[in-house]
Write a protein of this length. Structure first.
Length: 279
C-alpha cells in the first residue's frame, strides 16, 4: 500500500478535523477537474469522462463531509491545520495524453485514497481525545470504502485494456528515428526555433547508433494513432532512465544518464511550444 511521505500534524479538535477533511476533498476535486480539462484540450474524450467521474465521486465525498459538519455545527470557514495537500496527480498533468489510460487514472486515484486512509488512521492513533479518535476512524473507514470501489474500477479498466490493447516490442533506435523525423518537421515549420530543434534531431540521430540492441514493450490499441513527438520523447526518457538504474558499470550508467539528460532538454523545449505548433 502507498505510504505517507511525511508525518501528519496533530489535529486537536473536531472542527479542525472536519476542516482538514473538507480541504482534502476539495483538493482532490480540483485535481481531477484540472486533469479533465487537460484531457479535453488534448482531444481525449474517453479520459475526460474518467476524470469527470473521479471528480464527481470526490464531490460526493465533499458533500458527505459538509453534511457531517452541519450536523455538529462546524462552520465552513474553520481553518485546517494541514498545510500540505495529500492529493497527487503523479505527473499526469504534465504527461503526454497519448501515454495515459483509464487504468493509470484509476491507479493514481487508488493511491490517493490509500494515502487518505493512512492519514486518518494515523490521526486516530495519535488523537488527543476519544472524540477525535472516533471521528478519524470514521473518516478512515470511508476512505477504505473509496479504495475498495476504485480498486474494482481499476480491475475493470485493466481487463478492458487487455481486450483492446496489444503488446508491441519496438526497437529504441526506431523510436529515436521517429522522434528525429518529428523534430526535423518542427524545425522546418518553426523557423525561429529551427536551430534548436535541428540540434535535438541530431541528438536523436546519434542516439540511434548506441541503442541498436535495445527495445521496449508498448501497449497500444490498434485503432490509436502513432505516438506524437512529446509522447515519443517521454517514452525514450523513461527508457534511458531505466537503463541508468539497471546498469552494472559506470560507463553504461553515465551514457544512459547523458542520453536521458538530452531528452529532458528536448521535452522542456517541446512543452514550451505554443498550442498551435505541430510537427
Amino acid at each position: 500500500m502507498t505510504r505517507l511521505t511525511k508525518e501528519p500534524s496533530a489535529i486537536n479538535s473536531l472542527p479542525e478535523l472536519l476542516a482538514t477533511a473538507r480541504d482534502m476533498e476539495m483538493g482532490a476535486v480540483a485535481g481531477y477537474e484540472a486533469l479533465r480539462e487537460h484531457m479535453r484540450q488534448a482531444g481525449k474524450p474517453e479520459l475526460v469522462a474518467v476524470f469527470e467521474r473521479l471528480a464527481a465521486e470526490e464531490r460526493e465525498h465533499l458533500a458527505s463531509v459538509e453534511e457531517w459538519s452541519t450536523e455538529v455545527g462546524v462552520l465552513r470557514n474553520t481553518t485546517a491545520s494541514q498545510s500540505d495537500e495529500l492529493f497527487d496527480d503523479e505527473g499526469m498533468n504534465l504527461t503526454d495524453p497519448d501515454l495515459l489510460s483509464a487504468y493509470r487514472a484509476f491507479s493514481v486515484a487508488v493511491r490517493n485514497e490509500e494515502r487518505a486512509f493512512l492519514f486518518w488512521t494515523y490521526i486516530s492513533a495519535h488523537a488527543p481525545t476519544s472524540e477525535i479518535a472516533k471521528a478519524a476512524e470514521r473518516m478512515a473507514r470511508e476512505e477504505l470504502g473509496h479504495v475498495s470501489t476504485l480498486r474494482r474500477e481499476r480491475r475493470a479498466a485493466f481487463h478492458m485494456r487487455r481486450k483492446s490493447y496489444v503488446l508491441q516490442t519496438v526497437a529504441i533506435s526506431e523510436l529515436e528515428r521517429r522522434l528525429e523525423v518529428h523534430l526535423k518537421a518542427l524545425a522546418k515549420n518553426q523557423p525561429t526555433h529551427s536551430n534548436q530543434f535541428l540540434a535535438f534531431a541530431q541528438q536523436a540521430f546519434e542516439r540511434r547508433a548506441v541503442t541498436q540492441d535495445q527495445s521496449v514493450e508498448i501497449e497500444r490499441s490498434p485503432t490509436e494513432p502513432d505516438l506524437q513527438v512529446t509522447a515519443l520523447a517521454e517514452l525514450l526518457l523513461d527508457h534511458h532512465l531505466g537503463q541508468a538504474e539497471l546498469s552494472k558499470d559506470d560507463r553504461t550508467r553515465d551514457l544512459a544518464q547523458q542520453l536521458a539528460g538530452q531528452l529532458v532538454e528536448t521535452l522542456a523545449a517541446l512543452r514550451r511550444r505554443p498550442a498551435g505548433w505541430r510537427s
